[in-house]
Design a protein around this ligand. Structure first.
Ligand SMILES: [Mg+2]
Length: 175
């Protein structure tokens, strides 16, 4: 008999843009777009304020400005993102030793053996959300499911600040 697994996928919302808004209060609540250094002109991430005006990842700066004339361009600082990411990933280790980093702003946590300590996956999700918000000022979307693929799908369902659970009995319907 195979064991029922509980996987949590966490996705930091608009990560680069949110880190910049936290680092500089003047950027908070404003439409900003992060572009790579070295004269690159493509938008890598934008804040939700910018997205609301039609700014999208992959747009050139001029396209972003056409969609949103008040768009503020911020040159990305990878060291800042890597540092913040590694601290958040480290925090995840408080809930399970089984953390699989997928990218700078996404990871899976296998909670299968953590539930006897923390109770429910929902409780761990709420703790993580609260701690990430309190310590870093960042929001995230979380999905919980019996496997990695569905957990990622679940975290994608609601952004920003989503929380979605796919139960084992729903799996066949969704697949
Ligand atoms: Mg993200």
């Amino acid at each position: 008999m195979s064991e029922q697994r509980t996987i949590l996928h966490l996705d930091l919302n608009a990560f680069f843009a949110s880190v910049e808004q936290q680092a500089n209060p003047e950027l908070q609540g404003k439409p900003i777009a992060v572009v790579g250094g070295g004269g690159r002109t493509v938008i890598t991430t934008s804040s939700y304020e910018a997205r609301a005006k039609g700014v999208k990842t992959g747009m050139a700066i001029w396209e972003g400005k056409r969609a949103c004339p008040e768009l503020i361009i911020v040159i990305g600082d990878n060291r800042k993102y890597t540092y913040t990411s590694s601290r958040i990933m480290q925090m995840m280790q408080d809930y399970t030793p089984d953390v699989e980093v997928f990218s700078i702003d996404e990871a899976w946590l296998d909670l299968t053996h953590s539930l006897s300590i923390f109770g429910t996956a929902e409780r761990i999700a709420h703790l993580l959300k609260a701690r990430i918000l309190q310590s870093f000022g960042l929001k995230c979307s979380i999905g919980i499911a019996p496997n990695k693929l569905l957990a990622k799908l679940a975290s994608d369902m609601k952004k920003p600040e989503g929380f979605t659970t796919i139960l084992p009995e729903d799996v066949s319907r969704i697949m």
